[in-house]
Design a protein around this ligand. Structure first.
Ligand code: MOS
Length: 761
């Protein structure tokens, strides 16, 4: 892989190396299952081998006879656990299917947990639990007999309304050019490398949980509720998360079971589920279908957009992403009509997965945009330019929008002007070449967050906030914000995250972490500056006496006035008679009520942004891919991908580039590799391992170029930060599908696109 790395531009922070880089590469960073426990018992899950039916009986005799087995938890001896309501989003329960039977609602439902002196004994005993099932026919997915369908707006708390504007039917009926197309995306599983582990330790009535989590406060409060104990009896520690992508944002049924086991045994308990179990005991991205109608004038101006989506969920839970809440705002469509349906099947409840609302919906929209550009005979970049607007069809305006800047920079770097638009025209020997592009968009989410910052007279800084290091670089960017505001080097800053003993931060979801927590840290730092500056300026003597606070800044361990007068930090502290200043700050984004801070402590985060505020807030980008398809074997290669992205103030150009690279690679994955296969007769997942669940390897990725486009946005939040972690994998799949059309003249409207799709006549 070759990676171009141009110099940082304006409004971009330092490319500081990760504060945790050394710990990670030396194995010192402690993930959930790494924390040493004193004489732990080991747990192994027994999960259902059918997707629907009933347990007639469990025979535990052989399992109990395995040497080292301590206890087996089943529904009989876990009645103290309380079922808590399904609550999509941050915190709360990932599913309402929490009982260990006798009713079976999905493949792989937890039905028992074996506890033993060793992992091996627990596993052996787990396989010796004999289950007598009464099997019922399971509805696997779309089109399966027995699925039921409902309107998402009727059942989803978060989607009571979907975008509408004008009379889309009439607009489409009278449009000069219309397309009417359907798309489909597959089931996908996050497959974080770190498994869904949980370790629990009780000290008297105090429970400590070590579990990889995207929301430690959410987990703490939900587990307390499930155990029927006070939240202040629970501490959750999650210092590092080895990948999550949405799968660790909520409480899954395993956690309270492990806590209960540890209480019953009066001994620490560690659970490390298998990867196959991870496909069933956590969430995933459900398969979706889309029906899109687009209308435009011959001049390329869009006049109408209808987008109807279908998403699979479990039988009881109305999980839905309803990405029309974003897609309908991206271009000024004229008239808009959208609708989202939930299709209930006998499946585990899906949940957030990397760029949850937008990924499937923008794949569909950006594919349709390309189809329309072709039908109009307009270059796809120019087609977007014709429909680039600061205002959407519903009359809302963007806080900032850099879509065409991104297109122009990426197109220039890619060499788009050399493209011959005729399908199949750019051949190189036996290889058909396809060039395609698409927009990337991600809603800018910001949430309530709190932080505590301490500045010592010697210039050392400690930052505490219960945010989450999920591979995003949270330690580093949070440290950078404190270093910037307090005028100290990053090496002087210690950052503590991922622990409910720290002040709360929101769920690490919807790419809000940097914006939310950096604003809280900034506020705490400014309070510290305020105290120092006040002391320095109101003193009778000293170099800064009589200045105003606004004239001062902190830099290199000094308070400095505009005219250069300065005082050393140590002297300023002496004046205060203190050796440290500590400030706690609460950041509440505009549009969120102050009570939200109390709710955050209670494990309920509040996020705003995207299409939900007064202004439309989005990070945007443009991606260009070159695809090569072998004329005879139809082997598909992606030799080149270029993405340009704008996301407000960039805290760290290095971690940002990493996020964009990972995103684009994930986009290639979703376009060409990833899909969870389902046995349609039995409703069970088939390829539940990393050998059969395809993801790209190094050989699949060649040249990859990331361009950071400068952008200023004063509306999104005081620090001007837009989330970007989930931006770059949006649109990639459409860009690749559009390139497949350009290479072959064939539209494949179903992901992933594989060799067999291109071989079929
Ligand atoms: Mo991300 S799916 O919002 O963790």
């Amino acid at each position: 892989m070759t990676i171009a790395a141009p110099a940082p531009k304006a409004n971009m922070g330092e490319p500081a190396p990760r504060l945790d880089a050394r710990l990670k590469v030396t194995g010192e960073a402690r993930y959930g299952a790494d924390f040493p426990l004193n004489n732990p018992a080991y747990a192994f899950l027994v999960t259902s081998a059918i997707a629907k039916g009933r347990i007639r009986s469990l025979d535990l005799s052989q399992a109990r006879a395995v040497p080292g087995v301590l206890e087996i938890l089943t529904r009989e001896n876990t009645t103290e656990l309380k079922d808590i309501p399904f609550s999509p989003g941050g915190g709360g329960a990932s599913t309402s299917i929490q009982k260990l039977g006798p009713e079976i609602a999905h493949d792989g439902q937890i039905i028992a947990m074996v506890l033993a002196d060793s992992y091996e004994a627990a596993r052996e005993a787990g396989y010796k639990v004999k289950v007598d099932y009464e099997v019922a026919p399971a509805s696997a997915s779309f089109d399966s007999p027995g699925v039921t369908q409902e309107d998402a707006t009727k059942v989803s708390e978060r989607h009571k309304e979907v975008p509408k504007a004008g009379d889309a039917n009439a607009a489409l009926a009278s449009a000069e050019v219309v397309i009417d197309v359907e798309y489909e995306t597959p089931t996908q599983h996050h497959n974080p490398i770190e498994l869904f582990t949980t370790s629990c330790v009780w000290l008297d009535d105090q429970l400590t949980i070590y579990e990889p989590s995207q929301f430690v406060y959410g987990l703490k409060n939900a587990v307390a509720q499930r155990l029927g104990i006070a939240p202040d009896k629970v501490r959750v520690i999650s210092s590092y998360v080895g990948g999550a992508f949405g799968s660790k944002g909520q409480m899954t049924p395993r956690t309270a079971l492990v806590a209960l086991a540890a209480r019953k045994l009066n001994r620490p308990v560690k659970l490390v589920p298998t990867r196959a179990q991870g496909f069933r005991i956590a969430t995933y991205r459900a398969e979706t279908r889309h029906h899109i109608r687009l209308g435009a004038g011959k001049d390329g101006k869009l006049v109408g957009y209808m987008h109807e989506g279908w998403e699979v969920s479990s039988r009881p839970d109305p999980y839905v992403v309803a990405g029309v809440e974003d897609s309908a705002h991206i271009y000024p469509f004229g008239a808009v009509d959208t609708k989202v349906h939930i299709v209930h099947a006998d499946r585990n409840t899906p949940g957030f997965m990397r760029s949850p609302p937008v990924v499937p919906y923008i794949y569909a929209l950006e594919s349709a945009m390309d189809e329309m550009a072709v039908k109009l005979g307009i270059d796809p970049v120019e087609f977007r330019r014709i429909n680039d607007s600061m205002t959407d069809a519903m009359g809302k305006s963007y806080s900032s929008r850099s879509l065409m800047k991104c297109y122009d920079e990426a197109a220039a770097a890619f060499g788009w002007q050399r493209r011959d638009p005729r399908p199949g025209s750019m051949r190189d020997g036996d290889w058909l070449i396809g060039w395609g592009c698409a927009s990337a968009v991600y809603p800018t989410h910001v949430g309530t967050a709190t932080a505590r910052v301490r500045l010592l007279a010697n210039g050392e800084v400690r930052v505490q906030t219960a945010a989450h290091e999920i591979g995003n670089g949270a330690y580093t960017v949070i440290g950078q914000m404190a270093a910037e505001r307090l005028g100290v080097p990053l090496s002087a800053v210690t950052v503590e995250l991922g622990d409910t003993n720290l002040p709360p931060a929101p769920v690490a979801g919807g790419s809000n972490t940097t914006a939310s927590t950096c604003n809280a840290v900034r506020k705490a730092c400014d309070a510290i500056r305020g105290k120092l500056f006040h002391a320095a300026t109101t003193a009778n003597d000293g170099p800064l006496a009589g200045r105003t606070v606004d004239e001062l800044t902190l830099t290199e361990g000094r308070a400095v006035a505009n005219d250069g007068a300065q005082e050393k930090l140590e002297d300023a502290f002496k004046r205060l008679g203190a050796s440290a200043i500590e400030e706690y700050a609460e950041f509440v984004p505009p549009g969120i009520k102050p009570e939200a801070i109390g709710q955050l402590y209670a494990g309920k985060g509040a996020l705003t942004g995207g299409s939900h505020g007064e202004k439309l807030m989005y990070a945007m980008g443009a991606e260009f891919v070159e695809l090569r398809i072998h004329a005879l074997t139809r082997e598909i290669r992606v030799p080149r991908i270029v993405g340009a992205f704008a996301a407000g103030h960039i805290m760290n150009t290095r971690t940002t580039r990493s996020q964009y690279m990972g995103g684009m690679i994930w986009g290639i994955s979703s376009a060409l590799h990833e899909a969870t296969e389902i046995d349609r007769r039995r409703g069970r997942y088939i390829n539940d391992n990393l050998a059969d669940y395809l993801v790209p390897v190094n050989a699949d990725i060649d040249q990859l170029e990331v361009i950071l486009v400068p952008e200023e946005d004063r509306d999104v939040n005081p620090a001007g930060i837009k989330g970007l972690g989930e931006l770059a994998n949006v649109g990639t799949a459409a860009a690749i599908a559009n390139a497949v059309y350009h290479a072959t003249g064939r539209r494949i409207r179903k992901l992933p696109i594989r060799v067999d799709d291109l071989l079929a006549a």
